[in-house]
Design a protein around this ligand. Structure first.
Ligand code: SAM
Length: 348
């Protein structure tokens, strides 16, 4: 790689970009000049589709119970941590405060907590959709049978986040215990798409044993399935997890990959994730093509307990103060904070 690629027309460029060998060599390259060319191009692409708007989502981490034992995750079943669940009233109250502050997307995230049965989630979804008109509801609650996903969709859930984590089966099996199945993850993603959800997928950058080729495969997979949303963030070790001694993923590489994803799926909603923020790089993620920021609106009961990785930032600000702070920062960097519902352009 020598930084001399002449960017001609989009088609030739994309054709090159979807080539796995080309992607692998790009990802392995440490050529900052070349990387910044891609980042600039991704920035242009984001502006073409979304202007300078950055959408805000309110994230509620409503339970840290989990039936799974993913080796990388701090809230895995075997982790000896304090567990909590928010009640329906607590979730409604949290959303009410955020709704008054202008938030129009709620992201309900949890471990795979069987206490929250299909009926409980359906009740929660329909209550939230009734109570907060004009808002979008995103679920991030893991793998479920298709009939459950269908019930959530009928109840009014709009979007669903489920990272594929890695598209290489061998790699997937190194990150997860035998009780979890690569095929079931892919089946879940397909069901969600078939049911008409706006679907989000993604992966961690720098997870143990991940290679540049794995990442190239992940990008090609994303391009193939065209999710409406793509979330990636650096792997960050958590001290109670089996992967506690592995090094963290690279923030530089994460930023570069955000740019590549923007170029491969130009209309995607791409958050500059909390994991990137942990490394103080959220703004760079935005400049590289991300167009979504998730703010944590979980109430005190949850704060500090949803420790999927160490060093997770914890704001003490109220939702409106947090929004004011983000608005100021974004404006300074030439962006404009948007509290619109921010649906995927594909569903408009
Ligand atoms: N249970 C739901 C699921 O599996 O989709 C949602 C919660 S799960 C904790 C959300 C995401 O956190 C995972 O998809 C994973 O990529 C990310 N995550 C977990 N442990 C992490 C770590 N140590 N570093 C960075 N990201 C991590």
């Amino acid at each position: 790689m020598n930084g001399q690629i002449i960017f001609s027309d989009d088609e030739i460029f994309l054709k090159k970009l979807v080539n796995e060998d080309f992607l692998t060599s790009l990802i392995s390259s440490d050529d900052k000049t070349l990387q910044s060319k891609f980042i600039e191009r991704a920035d242009d692409k984001r502006r073409e589709f979304f202007s300078n708007r950055i959408y805000i989502r309110g994230l509620i981490e409503f339970s840290n119970y989990c039936k799974n034992d993913c080796f990388y995750c701090g809230i895995r079943k075997s982790s000896k941590i304090a567990r909590y669940r928010l009640t329906k009233d607590e979730i409604m109250e949290t959303c009410s405060e955020a709704y008054s502050a202008g938030i129009r997307t709620f992201v309900l995230q949890s471990g795979e907590d069987l206490f929250f049965s299909k009926e409980k989630i359906v009740d929660l979804v329909s209550s939230l959709k009734n109570e907060f008109p004009g808002s979008a509801l995103t679920l991030s609650i893991g793998e479920k049978p298709k009939d459950e996903y269908k019930a959530y969709k009928i109840a009014g859930a709009d979007r669903f986040l489920l990272r594929h984590e890695t598209i290489n089966k061998e790699h997937y099996e190194k990150l997860h215990p035998i009780s979890m199945s690569f095929e079931n993850r892919l089946r879940s993603l397909k069901d969600l798409k078939d049911l008409g959800f706006q679907v989000g997928s993604g992966f961690m950058v720098g997870s143990p044993w991940q290679t540049a080729r794995n990442l190239a495969e992940d990008l090609r997979f994303l391009r193939l399935i065209q999710p409406h949303m793509v979330g990636i963030g650096p792997f960050i070790p958590q001290k109670l997890s089996p992967f506690k001694d592995f090094p963290p993923g690279s923030a530089d590489l994460t930023v570069f990959l955000i740019a590549l994803i923007r170029l491969l799926i130009p209309d995607a909603l791409i958050p500059s994730t909390t994991a990137l923020e942990t490394m103080n790089r959220r703004e760079e993620g935005i400049k590289a093509g991300a167009n979504v920021i998730m703010i944590n609106i979980s109430p005190d009961k949850a704060r500090g307990k949803y420790i999927i990785y160490d060093g997770k930032p914890r704001s003490v600000l109220s939702v409106s103060d947090e929004l004011e702070k983000i608005d100021g920062k974004l404006a300074k960097a030439g962006f404009s904070m948007s509290l619109d519902i921010g649906d995927s352009p594909r569903v408009l």
